[in-house]
Design a protein around this ligand. Sequence first.
Ligand SMILES: *Cc1c(COP(=O)(O)O)cnc(C)c1O
Length: 377
Amino acid sequence: MSEYSIPFNKPYMTGRELKHIAEAHENGRLAGDGPFTQLCHQWLEERGNCHKALLTHSCTAALEMSALLLNIEPGDEIIMPSYTFVSTANAFVLRGGVPVFVDIREDTLNLNEDLIEAAISSKTIAIVAVHYAGVACEMDKIMAIAKRHRLKVVEDAAQGMMASYKGKALGSIGELGVFSFHETKNIISGEGGALLINEPSLTSRAEIIREKGTDRGSFFRGEVDKYTWCEQGSSFLPGELIAAFLWAQLEEANQITQSRLKLWQYYHDSLEDAESKGIIRRPVIPDGCVHNAHMYYVLLSPEIERNELLLDFKRNDIQAVFHYVPLHSSPAGSHYGKVSGKLSQTESLSERIVRLPLWLGMSESQQEKVVELLSNS
Ligand SMILES: *Cc1c(COP(=O)(O)O)cnc(C)c1O
């Protein structure tokens, strides 16, 4: 358990997780792709409006599957922000791909769509659009650029479950999308993820790649009379206990999102003053984007010492954190990746960001404590 009276995150559980796990235990069907996995797949396909959803054991695994599906070969370039989680880049680097880092937008901290074309070369294969904080990238422009240059788009919607762009669910817009169910995300299964396939021609290979490179999926559906090794793959699927846990969360996904949005809005309203005094800048949600309250962050005015502020939070028994160390400035990122243009927003914003505690069950007085501390800094 956290040592803080107001920790940064507390995983929310609906109360039905153990009941579903007991049922899976009772069924005696524990490997992947059992009844609970099927329920999750159906839900994700209907609610996520994608052609095919496949549970994976993490979002990292879903990204690795994407790199295999796009046939990434050594030297191939993939355009992405430097301001993201390591797995966005690492999944492609495992196949010899070269991440090409592009700067982010000042308002949403998402990939700056106006800088993408300058980063395209004859080796470019794909663009990874990371929907930071569950706020959508400018997908119309990104999809148009991809079409013009015949590139694939992977949506890293690890944080984007239940959020949308112009009415379209995040993860349903590019050829591929990925979700994370890590315990720090909105909908959780401890570790877990999903690959969303919107380009139907990629579906059968995705099933093969996820099942150790075999056509075991078709075999179980009775489409072939034996199964065999067809191509490169690995074991990317979770067992049924994880799917049973996840099913309890999906059943409550609407309520979870609504409750998070209330907490988010409380911060947003309460911090309006601090913003007008120039202490912080609040998150910006562009028109057409419906977010999911994945996180509440603030950008500190350059005069505020972030380390001092975080220590102040700590002294008040509140855990606030920051991320990411931009990938281009990390040891592996600078070795395997390339930078396109200047990453000035990435560098400046990543040094000014602070993420505030936000979890279901947080009380108004706890939120008020956070707001007061920030407003008096
Ligand atoms: C959390 C996260 C991931 C990784 O998810 P895992 O399920 O932990 O593998 C990838 N990309 C982004 C943007 C994330 O926030």
